[in-house]
Structure formats: C-alpha cells, structure tokens
Design a protein around this ligand. Sequence first.
Ligand SMILES: *Cc1c(COP(=O)(O)O)cnc(C)c1O
Length: 450
Amino acid sequence: MNNQELVIRDLAVLWHPCTQMKDHEWLPMIPIKRGEGVYLEDYDGNRFIDAISSWWVNLFGHANAHINQKIIQQLSSLEHVILAGFSHEPVIELSEKLVELTPKGLSKCFYADNGSSAIEVAIKMSFHYWYNHGKPKKTKFVTLSNSYHGETLGALAVGNVELYKDIYGPLLMETITAPSPDCYEREEGESWEAHSKKMIEPMIEILESNHENIAAVIVEPLIQCAGSMRMYHPIYLTKLREACDLYNVHLIADEIAVGFGRTGSLFACQQANISPDFMCLSKGLTGGYLPLAVTLTTENIYSAFYDDYNKLNAFLHSHSYTGNALGCAAALATLEIFEKDNVIQNNKKLSANMANLLKPLADHPNVGEIRQTGMVAAIEIVKDKQSKQAYDWRERRGLSVYQHGLSKGVLLRPLGNVVYFMPPYIINEDELKLIVSTAIEGIDIAVSRQ
Ligand SMILES: *Cc1c(COP(=O)(O)O)cnc(C)c1O
C-alpha cells in the first residue's frame, strides 16, 4: 500500500472535515500509517513532525507507551457502559482528579464526547439554572468577537469566527458580542495588561444594561485559538469574574483548547486566579487519544437541578458515549504523566526555547507580530509591517507555508496568515529548531510569491 493508492480510495468515499475537497485535485492528502512521539509517518515512508499536535489534542506524543498500556489494561475489563444509572471506576477516579486539579469551586463533572457538546451542556445548564430559579428571561449569551466554541449549532452561535459562522446565521440563536481583549489590537506602546484591562469596559456596559436577560458570558481564557491564536492578558479574566458576580451572570470558561498546560499553567483560569461557573474541557483531556469531553460546574448550579423527579427539574441531556471508559483511562494516564514528569515545570524551559528561536523573526519585514503564551506561539504574516496591513485571504499565503512544511517534514497548518506552533510537550530542542526554521523558510516563500 502506498500514498497514491490510498488517496484514490479515500477520495472515492470520504468527505474530509473543514476542507474544500476540490483542493485535493492539486493539494495531496497524506494517509498516515503510524505515529511515534512527535512524528507521523505516511505510506511512502515520509516523516512529519506534528507541530500542531494533530489539531491541538496530542500532549505526549503519538503511541505513547504509558497511555497505550493504560488503555490496553482498561480494554481487557470494560470498554464502555451506559452512564445513566451505572458507573465505573475510571470515570469516578477521573472526576475526583479533575475536581482536585481545576479551580476551587468546580465540584461536579458532566461528561460528553466532544468539545462542542461540552459547550452545549454549559449553555443549556446555564439557561436551565436560571429557569429553575424563576428567572426564565435570562436566555442570552454574551460572547467575544473572534471567539470559537465549536461547530454544533449552539456552540456555533456563541462563537464569532465569520468563516465558520456567517452562512449558518439563519439557523443560530441570537447572541450579544463584546469586543475581544485581543492584544494584537492594542495601540503602539500599550502593554498587554493595559489593553486587556481597558477592554473590560464595553463588556461591563453590556452586562449593566442587559443583565436581566443574560444567562452567561462565554470566553476562551487567554488564547482565542481558532481565531488565529489571538492572545490577551489574565487581568481581563479577573475583571470579567468580578463583573459576572456583580451582575449575577454565569461565567463559562471554554478551556477545550487551552486546558492541560497549553498556556503555561495546567488551566488558563489559574493565571487570573479565578474560578468559572462552568469549565469545558476536551482535546488534551485524553492526551489526544480518544474523544471525551467534560463540563465541570459548581455545587450551586448542581443543586438547582436536584429535586423530586416529578418537579421536572433534572438535566435530561445525554450523549451515547458519555464518560466512555477507555477515554477515561486515557485521561487518567495523561494526568499521571503530568504528575510524574513534572510537565508544567519542564514546559517553562521549552517555551523559553521557543521564544528564543523566534526572536530573529522580529525584524522580518513581513512579520506583524510574534506572540506567545506558554506552549503556544504564533507569527502574524503581514503585507506591510508598519501598518500591519494583512494579505488578502484569497491569496492563501499560509498555504504556501503548509506546503513548504510538508516538503521539509514538518506539519504546520497556518490559520489564514497566522503561522503557529502548538507542539506536543515531548518535542526536543532539535525538533523545535527544525519546525521554527522550516516556518521561517516557508514564510519567506509565501511572501515572495506573486
Ligand atoms: C476545538 C474547540 C472546540 C470544539 O471542540 P470539538 O471537539 O472540535 O467539537 C470548542 N472550543 C474551543 C476553544 C476549541 O478549540
């Protein structure tokens, strides 16, 4: 079996996610045969460093020995069981661990099987909480510009990336959008902190005038990942928590992408010293192995649903694979690695390395900004450095970086004109050097293209 044979079979029967399939007339798709550590290997024997952790899910490499072993162990006793009326040890143990590790106050775990569903759970629970408390008018959700929370209709409605959302507008519930504290938009000479702090003002105005109709504010703490890795200062989250308390509005923290160490702390909310009313986790939860998601919430929310059955106050929501035992085993193995390998501490060195390697790019005439938060770094490619004028999206400059990356054995997948690195935490210095130098070459090719 080689790449070509598989591609032909693939195109006959598959429709790939987030892809204009016509691109595959000229852009080769790559069938992967095996993964090992940061490497992916295709059927022609080419190897690629997975610099984007396979869409931000992988934390400790492909075919990780420890996670493999724990899944195999679980497989021999129980693969899955209905979670309504039944339970199992992995889901109990995982929930205990998550309650212990997440910010104080989050004490109950509700499982789903993908990130978007975890968002749907938080949205429905928030609305339903207010309903059960005699406040049925609290139906609106406040979201940030440029935010992303998934693709199912509820999650899409509370997101704001036009590319994914606009066409489906007629199908979506109405939301209220506050401007993002995104520091790429800060004025020259302004600090991240000053900019992010200032951006709480329009949010406060919205809450002040509409809080009686608002159920919750939903944010991606510190990094708007799908919105081109735009970043902001933790002060915004601190201020937002205060404002939500003041106006009696829930705070939903979508840590699906930023959780599990991506921002430098285990959870991004910890950098602001806040605890949300809902925290959604997925992606890195299983180390990138299996689809699993969880929405953590507080005793206060939980108790609003706790009543005699015939009051009909229960949260009657479920997904078939909720709390899957294999997924929970993978998640437990992942958390064990965090603990035994002192990952958060060791990542500090890695992210400092990343910052050093990116320094030479600061003067590049087509680099508008290099930004980094923990283990995520991003380069904004611009047409004009002074004005930060962007390239027209139709030119697809980022695609040239993608193509160059593949030719050099590096999987980079720019978001429009933003090249970013979100590698597995087991990447070594040489591999980091290679992904950065490949990205720099790719950027040079992309900007010199017609
Ligand atoms: C990926 C992502 C989601 C959606 O998760 P899926 O598992 O893809 O449905 C939601 N929010 C954020 C911040 C994400 O990055």
